[in-house]
Every structure is written in C-alpha cells, then in structure tokens.
Design a protein around this ligand. Structure first.
Ligand SMILES: [Zn+2]
Ligand SMILES: [Zn+2]
Length: 314
C-alpha cells in the first residue's frame, strides 16, 4: 500500500483553514515527508498521519514556509519515542540551517543524518529502510534545481516495485507451500532434495516504478516536465488561478495554475495536484474549470487530500 497525503495546501503563511504545503508519502509503515513549514506537525496530526513513521524529511528550500516547522516536528518525534536516525536532505547549506534551528530543541533522542544535495545540477540517491529484501520499499530520489529566488530543489520519487509472485511457477517446480513467502521476500531457499530455488525462478518480470513528483517553489521551465515525465502523481505549485498575476509571479519566481497545468500536459502525467496557494487566493477551486481545459486530470485539493497510489497487497 502506498498512500500519499497532501497535509497542507498553502504558501507563504498558515491560515486558520489552510496549513502550509507538505506531502506525506507512506509505504509499509515508513514515511517520507516533503517540506515542514510552521504548523506542519499539526496538519499531519489532523489527518491522522503517524509522525513516528517518518524516516526521511526532504526540504525544498530555506524559506520559512517550507522549514520553520522543523524544531517542533523534531521535538514531537522525540516525544513519540523515536530512537532511530532521521535522514534530512535538502539544498546545500542544510547542515548550517538545521544546526541553527535545533539550538532550541537540544538533546533529541535520535541522530540526524543530514544530506546536502547539489543545487546546480540534478542528483539522485537510493533509499531503502532496513533489510534490502525484494519487498522492502526501495526509492530512488532525484532532485532538480528549481528557479526560485534562493536555491530550491524539486523532488522526483520512484518506488521500485517487487516482481509478482507466480504460484504456477512454484507449483511446477514442486516447491512446498511453506517456502512461498520467504521466496517472495527475495531470499533463496535450499530444498530437501538439494535444489536451490531463487526468487527469480518463481516471480514474473519487473513492474514499472511508481513515480511521484513534487515541485514548489519555482518559475516554470521545461526541465520540470522532463523530470516529471509520466509521473503517476505530479504535485506542483500554483499560487493563483488568475493569469493576470503573471507579471507578479515571474518577478517572484512562482507559478500560476495554468503554468502547472501546461507542465503536467507536457510531462504526460496521470494526475496533477495543485498546491501552495497564495493566502490571497481565497477559493482556489473556482479556477478548476479553466485549468482543466489545459490539463483534464487536475485536482485542486484542500488540506488532507489523499490517494492510495498502490492498493493493499498491490
Ligand atoms: Zn513557499
Ligand atoms: Zn519560497
């Protein structure tokens, strides 16, 4: 099961009815959180995201609406009994920022594994938690420098999917039932008759990874569409529905709803979720009809919008 929850949908500042943008991606009890502005831990609790499951935090950039919630989140993780280390990845300079913010939350009961990513070139790293078995979630995380007023990264998460177990193949090889589970988990077994059976012998070919793209804050540019190409879900900023705000958005290096929709169309994604609405954008949903003329499968979410990208057992 892969669950994606957009805990907040706002930009700039939290509002009484709209928290700041952050995305919670959970699989098999492990979660990756992207961005943590003021109030994000409250936004997560409101929609029942379990903080204790967060293994990695990805920060897009060092504007307050994306990182100022960090000390509170870390304290809450400590109170929830977290003892294993937390990966925090973000643009160059992250270590200094985290060290500054954690002055006010000393003595955390877990270690911070800080990873500074390149802010000039795309980069990627692999992440898995625990044993590297075939059914342990395995992500490749790629970062792409955005075009914002300060260094900023977009993130592209690809979840590798384990091959599907094929009981016919196992039956044809006369493998006892008790070995099915361990074989599917990626471990070879030796049968009583001395034959060694590997996972490849009882599974079907590999499946296309599930891809989630997250881009905020940035002026629009073509590489975003290249990196988000054929995403299952593209979460992208849209500050305003009204194209009359174009000059202001170009100045401030942000996007309009229509910019995000054009990128979604170019990238041929399955679904676009708009987010990071300006506090002045009182009713973002009013822009839905016009944005769907550019990209049909657009969602204008409210806080807590979620989707199961992979169903239980899938
Ligand atoms: Zn922002
Ligand atoms: Zn910003």
């Amino acid at each position: 099961m892969l669950d994606v929850i957009l805990a907040g949908t706002g930009g700039m500042m939290p509002l009484p009815n709209r928290f700041l943008t952050s995305l919670f991606v959970e699989i098999e009890g492990r979660a990756i959180l992207i961005d943590c502005g003021e109030g994000t831990q409250v936004a997560l609790k409101r929609v029942d995201c379990k903080l204790s499951r967060i293994k990695m935090l990805l920060i897009t950039h060092f504007h307050a609406d994306h990182i100022s919630g960090l000390p509170g989140l870390l304290l809450s993780l400590g109170n929830a009994g977290k003892t294993d280390s937390l990966i925090i990845a973000g643009p160059r300079g992250l270590r200094r920022i985290v060290e500054s913010l954690t002055v006010i939350c000393p003595g955390l009961p877990f270690a911070l594994d800080i990873r500074e990513l390149d802010t000039r070139e795309p980069s990627s790293f692999d992440w898995t938690d625990g044993e590297n078995h075939a059914n342990t979630p395995h992500f490749t995380i790629t970062s792409l420098p955005m075009r914002h007023r300060i260094p900023c990264l977009g993130y592209f998460l690809e979840l590798k999917r384990p091959p599907v177990f094929n009981p016919e193949k196992a039956k044809n090889l006369d493998i006892p039932l008790k070995f099915y589970r361990v074989l599917h988990s990626g471990t070879s077994v030796t049968l009583d008759d001395g034959r060694v059976i590997t996972t490849e012998m009882v599974t079907d070919g590999s499946r296309k990874p599930v891809k989630i793209s997250y881009c905020t804050d940035s002026a629009p540019f073509a590489s975003i569409a290249d990196f988000a190409y054929e995403s299952d879900l593209f979460v992208c900023e849209g500050m305003y529905a009204d194209d009359a705000m174009r000059d202001s958005m170009e100045d401030k290096r942000h996007m309009l709803f229509s910019d995000a929709a054009r990128l979604a169309k170019q990238a041929n994604v399955k679904e676009l979720w708009l987010t990071h609405f300006s506090p002045a954008e009182i009713n973002p949903k009013a822009g839905l009809q016009s944005v769907r003329r550019i990209f049909e499968n657009t969602v204008i979410p409210t806080d807590g919008y979620h989707k199961e990208l992979i169903k239980q057992g899938g």
